[in-house]
Design a protein around this ligand. Structure first.
Ligand code: SAM
Length: 480
């Protein structure tokens, strides 16, 4: 069977690969790579992705290692003129968007007359000299899929699902129940967590049993699972789980991990018992849980009232270790800022070369200061070498041993200093002066902006029968 690109993407892109194009930090676009022979909108290059960073024929993205940077094609497919009437958006990352937009506008004005391709004359292809945009081509992962998937519902995001999967002990070989499937964000993350390749004889195959009662969402998700080659690992059922429960053709999926992202999880809980909650002696009743393992559940609800109802239903049904967690996720953005260019971070805009003249004159000034500083250091080193003052030399050596500047060796890296201060001229371990490489800047979001949901966790232990107790006792005190 074909292995999902989400589980084993291989080293390089191929025709037919699902690739995620990263246009800017938070702008991701999924695309299936087509062979050049598959004509698309009449472009001679075959299928083309047109973005504000330029045009990217699929042919330039096939056979490259995942993660590669792809430069915009010099061939204008003609569509950019139609598409780029869009308003210039506020830049959303490290200035790439702003500069690419400038290149794009220039392109439109300065492109040379059309180099017309015979079989698609109507498209009017033009050679474009200076489109300098680029994108990155990423393999599909649950994380990038979550950021790029077509939203049909609210979805569970990476900070929540990574914690949930850890707490419900989803691991290779686990069987997991999920409801509702919604847009499939959690399904993709959970199938990767339980995937165990080709299990050996007697070993269970990790699997996700997913339920969704909304018909269109069910069909869309089924189609996506097929496209992603995940349909053998995610079994999707169209069902209202409050009424219908979690059995598959009357049989137990034998799950030990459960995730409920439903408006009323307490209404589904009675199906997730080990015995019929209304009639415990009912021998016909089939539990969807693995009888040999404790079950670990998480329910995901935005309101505290939902949490209260869920927790009391859990208590009544024998769940233990019940607790609630809210993930308060804060993003940190780390980058290097050119020391001394003084372009912007503190002015609240991106550090793009907005004012090139200013940047150049500041660089020239800094370079001159760097040379002056280097000359001065050399002078004082020469002086020091001829110095008869043993005390001074000893004091200096002592300082060096403590981890201060070492003469002739690697210099201490100082991160926290004012631009243009003498420390700016110190070398980083790479040997590049700090002012060239830039100093390390970390910006955190000032406050946590979003409340996603409350996560309720609980455990349902395995049933301990009289027979189990007798067997345990026999094992402890074997009859000789
Ligand atoms: N966890 C999903 C994700 O990460 O993409 C999003 C789930 S969405 C918030 C909730 C889904 O539950 C909706 O698609 C809804 O149709 C489905 N749903 C609601 N009640 C249901 C029920 N009784 N049985 C099955 N699905 C249900």
């Amino acid at each position: 069977p074909k292995i999902s690109p989400f589980l084993e993407p291989g080293k390089t892109t191929k025709v037919g690969s699902l690739a995620i194009l990263q246009l800017s930090r938070d702008n991701l676009q999924p695309v299936y790579l087509k062979a050049p022979s598959e004509k698309h909108d009449g472009y001679a290059e075959g299928a083309v992705v047109n973005t504000r960073y330029g045009s990217f024929p699929h042919s330039t993205m096939i056979g490259v290692p995942w993660g590669s940077q792809i430069r915009a094609s010099k061939v204008d497919t003609g569509s950019r003129g139609r598409n780029n009437k869009r308003k210039r958006n506020k830049s959303d990352d490290d200035g790439k968007e702003a500069s690419a937009t400038v290149a794009e506008e220039k392109t439109e004005q300065e492109s040379t007359p059309a180099e017309v391709n015979d079989d698609s004359a109507a498209v009017a292809k033009k050679i474009v000299a200076d489109v300098s945009g680029f994108i990155h081509i990423l393999p599909p992962t649950p994380e990038v899929w979550t950021s790029s998937l077509p939203h049909r519902t609210q979805v569970v995001y990476t900070p929540d699902y990574s914690y949930v999967l850890h707490r419900i002990r989803a691991r290779p070989g686990s069987v997991l129940i999920e409801a509702g499937a919604g847009s499939g964000s959690f399904s993709h993350a959970s199938v990767r967590a339980v995937y165990n390749g080709y299990p050996s004889e007697g070993e269970r195959k990790g699997k996700v049993y997913s339920f969704e009662f909304h018909e269109q969402r069910f069909h869309k998700m089924n189609q996506e699972l097929k496209e992603h080659n995940l349909n053998s690992l995610v079994h999707l059922t169209h069902r209202d789980v409050y009424n219908g429960g979690f059995l598959i053709d009357g049989k137990s999926p034998e799950a030990e991990a459960i995730f409920l992202d439903l408006p009323a999880p307490w209404e589904a809980l009675h199906h997730l018992s080990r015995r019929n909650p209304k009639k415990p002696e009912d021998k016909e009743w089939v539990s969807p849980l693995n009888p040999k393992k404790s079950a670990h559940i998480c329910t995901f609800s935005p309101c505290i009232e939902q949490v209260t109802k869920t927790v009391s239903a859990m208590r009544r049904l024998g769940w233990v270790d019940i607790d609630m967690v809210e993930i308060a996720n804060r993003k940190y953005h780390t980058s290097r800022e050119r020391v001394g260019l003084n372009l912007s971070m503190d002015r609240g805009v991106n550090n793009s070369a907005r004012d090139v003249d200013e940047a150049l004159s500041r660089l020239t000034e800094i370079e001159a200061r760097f040379r002056e500083h280097a000359a001065r250091s050399k002078e004082s080193d020469d002086e020091m070498d001829g110095d008869e003052d043993d005390g001074l030399i000893k004091r200096r050596e002592k300082k060096e041993q403590k981890g201060g500047r070492k003469r002739g060796g690697e210099k201490k890296v100082k991160i926290d200093h004012k631009p243009d201060s003498p420390e700016s001229f110190e070398a980083l371990p790479s040997g590049v002066p700090m002012w060239m490489e830039g100093r390390l800047i970390t910006r955190g979001e000032p406050e946590i902006k979003t409340h996603t949901s409350y996560l309720v966790f609980a455990t349902l232990p395995i049933e301990w029968t009289e027979e189990d107790e007798a067997a345990a006792a026999a094992a402890r005190h074997p009859v000789i």
